[in-house]
Design a protein around this ligand. Structure first.
Ligand code: 5RP
Length: 218
């Protein structure tokens, strides 16, 4: 089974969480794209979606699926999104696609967060994947110096601006032993919008694509 086939299999499995009349939170990335494509078959059943990025909103609209402003949608019953890394506690690193802030907002406003990923994303200790931090452009240099003090190596994501008009610093070479603590510390640096650790609000379910089928961790 290829990595894409595993991503598609978990996206299909996540469709089983979609119920009639729901407004569904929809994530960003190649795995989430498979979910969006599958959701097109259920578009008559749901009351709409809230997208975590402009790219996902465009893809949803391309399928004729209604996209609502999160301010009008209220609390969501379900959010489905991918991840760059997950540990066994369902703490995640997200933001490889740069949509971490909107993803974190939709996750926070959702009752159930179903994460979909292929098995390569499951790790014992997070941090091999560089941790994205969204930063107000004016604070880029200050925030980078603060990250160095924490032991990380911040690298500016060149030529990239988030949907919110900000920049991303990717933190390399940082083993994340205490995800909740690091998420809190990074978010306390002035100029940080948010970081890609989803540990304070982890996933509730992780559907993991393997060559043998879909594993479920919760
Ligand atoms: C985007 C994300 C994605 O969920 C993450 O990068 C995983 O992407 P993919 O499904 O393409 O592997 O956080 O900001």
């Amino acid at each position: 089974m290829t990595q894409d086939e595993m991503k598609k299999a978990v996206a299909e499995a996540a469709l089983e969480y979609v119920e009639s009349g729901m407004i569904v939170g929809v994530g960003t990335g190649s795995t989430a794209n498979f979910f969006i494509d599958g959701l097109a078959k259920l578009k008559g059943k749901i009351d709409g979606t809230v997208a975590s990025s402009v790219a996902s909103a465009d893809r949803l609209k391309g399928h004729g699926i209604q996209v609502l402003d999160s301010n009008d949608a209220g609390q969501l019953p379900l959010y489905v999104d991918g991840a760059d890394e997950s540990n066994r506690y369902l703490h995640l690193i997200k933001g490889g696609g740069g949509a971490l802030t909107r993803e974190k907002i939709v996750a926070a406003a959702s009752d159930k967060f179903v994460c979909i990923a292929d098995e390569s994303k499951l790790v014992d200790v997070m941090g091999k994947f560089p941790l994205p931090v969204e930063v107000i452009p004016m604070a880029r240099s200050y925030v980078a110096r603060e990250i160095v003090k924490l032991g990380g190596e911040p690298v500016l994501r060149e030529g990239f601006t988030t949907d919110n008009g900000n920049v991303i610093l990717d933190i390399h070479n940082m083993e994340i032993m205490e995800p909740v603590k690091l998420e809190t510390t990074l978010n306390g640096i002035v100029g940080v919008v948010t970081n890609g650790l989803f540990a304070i609000r982890p996933a509730d379910v992780l559907l993991l694509g393997t060559p043998a089928g879909v594993d479920k961790l919760e």
